[in-house]
Write a new protein. Structure first.
Length: 62
């Protein structure tokens, strides 16, 4: 059996379970969802904008 020598003596208050991880607040959640939405928008609109810029440059120089 494993003996953790750093666990002796036990804490005076007894066993303290680990704290659960922190959750996002409402404003943090809103910023996170907004940034994900903006990323998805740019991911779909960006190639169209890039291709139109390339087409405009091609038309300008030809």
């Amino acid at each position: 059996m494993f003996l953790d020598s750093g666990a002796w003596p036990p804490p005076p208050d007894g066993y303290e379970p680990p704290r659960p991880p922190a959750r996002l607040t409402r404003p943090q959640e809103r910023v996170m969802l907004g940034s994900i939405g903006l990323f998805l928008l740019v991911m779909f609109i960006g190639p169209l904008a890039g291709s139109s810029v390339i087409a405009a440059l091609a038309a300008l120089f030809s």
